[in-house]
Design a protein around this ligand. Structure first.
Ligand code: GLN
Length: 192
């Protein structure tokens, strides 16, 4: 099975590690740039995008990871991880940067604050219905034709993508790692 990294600077690292190990991957917790070498894929967890961005800079992982993504490394970002991969962040901090690897504009906390967290069934293309856990989730407000939409959700304001893919880079607004349903992780790992 593939060797998959989980960026382990902040956020729900343990949950992603458990899910990936559960489907048979060899998992590496990435805290230093050298640990990006020899990975088949990398997961950017949910957490706090501003904190993860700051730690990516101070740990000197930011630039090496940008090169790996450009070279075709498969990456899955969930929630804060999606924000980090997006081309535009709305309601971000003034100094908030992102990799621009998925051509979407995401609004931070676009589904509401912590108290507005919710769980809803999500129909994923070629997979079926999975539980969607949304916690201060980013809302994808605009997306280009380069973005493949694998699932959408209507939160009362029309269908918005919640699972997307652009070539080797995947983004998910919700948290599949916080459930016992491993099919989104399997779908990603099968694409590697
Ligand atoms: N709203 C958070 C952020 O901006 C993301 C929330 C999450 O990952 N659960 O980083």
């Amino acid at each position: 099975m593939p060797r998959v990294g989980v960026l382990a600077l902040q956020g729900d690292v343990r949950e992603h590690v458990a899910m990936l190990e559960g489907i048979g991957c060899e998992v590496v917790r990435v805290r230093h740039a050298e640990e990006l070498d020899d990975l088949a894929a990398l997961v950017l967890p949910g957490g706090e995008s501003t904190t993860i961005a700051r730690l990516l800079t101070t740990s000197n992982i930011k630039e090496p990871l940008a090169s790996k993504i450009a070279d075709g490394l498969s990456v899955l970002g969930t929630c804060a991880g999606l924000i980090l991969l997006s081309s535009e962040v709305l309601d971000g901090r003034d100094d908030q940067w992102s990799y621009g690897a998925i051509d979407v504009a995401v609004r931070r906390n676009g589904y509401g604050r912590q108290i507005a967290s919710f769980e809803t069934p999500i129909d994923v293309k070629d997979v079926g219905t999975v539980p969607g856990v949304f916690i201060r989730a980013p809302k994808i407000e605009t997306w280009s034709s380069a973005v493949e939409v694998l699932a959408t959700h209507d939160h009362g304001d029309g269908e918005h993508p919640v699972l997307v893919r652009q070539a080797n880079v995947w983004g998910c607004s919700f948290h599949p790692e916080l459930t016992i349903d491993d099919r989104v992780h399997r779908l990603f790992v099968e694409s590697i």
